[in-house]
Ligand binder design. Structure first.
Ligand code: RTP
Ligand code: MG
Length: 141
């Protein structure tokens, strides 16, 4: 397995619940390293551009509205198999279908307010990391 990087976002609902640390601890305990991190308040343009692949979907306006409703914590996670490992730790998009012990099962309220984002492929990870971080803001250890 290769060392990969993936983009993770602690979404506004989880920031509002004060569980940023609990979520980041799960990544570290699973062997992923946080190699970049920042808290930002997204505006409509930044959130809409991030989720551009969903632009035509009926849930897009609600998604943008939710993602701009409060600050988020954006991170780059690095480690073996980081992209799939993070998706496993997150659990299914709809928390009602998320496996027990996953981040979404434990912290998410609904399919709209679902605590975390994680890149879904190597191509997405590359685009999403560059969308939020300059190369010199990422510190591999
Ligand atoms: P994310 O991109 O946020 O990590 O979530 P994901 O890969 O698990 O799900 P994705 O299909 O990429 O959808 C992005 C976000 O849009 C909302 N969504 N709502 N009502 C619906 O049918 C629906 N489908 C997706 C979710 O909040 C999801 O996280
Ligand atoms: Mg997605």
């Amino acid at each position: 397995m290769a060392v990969e990087r993936t983009l993770s976002i602690v979404k506004p609902d989880a920031v509002g619940k004060n569980v940023i640390g609990e979520i980041l601890a799960r990544f570290e305990k699973a062997g992923l390293q946080i190699v970049a991190a920042k808290m930002v308040k997204l505006d409509e343009e930044k959130a809409g551009g991030f989720y551009a692949e969903h632009k035509e979907r009926p849930f897009f306006p609600a998604l943008v509205s939710f993602m701009t409703s409060g600050p988020v914590v954006v991170q780059v996670l690095e480690g073996e198999n980081a992209i799939a490992l993070n998706r496993e730790l997150m659990g299914a998009t709809n928390p009602q279908q998320a496996a027990a012990g996953t981040i979404r099962a434990d912290f998410a309220e609904s399919i709209d307010a679902n605590a975390v984002h994680g890149s879904d492929s190597a191509a997405s990870a590359e685009r999403e990391i560059a969308y939020f971080f300059a190369a010199d803001e990422i510190c591999s250890r």
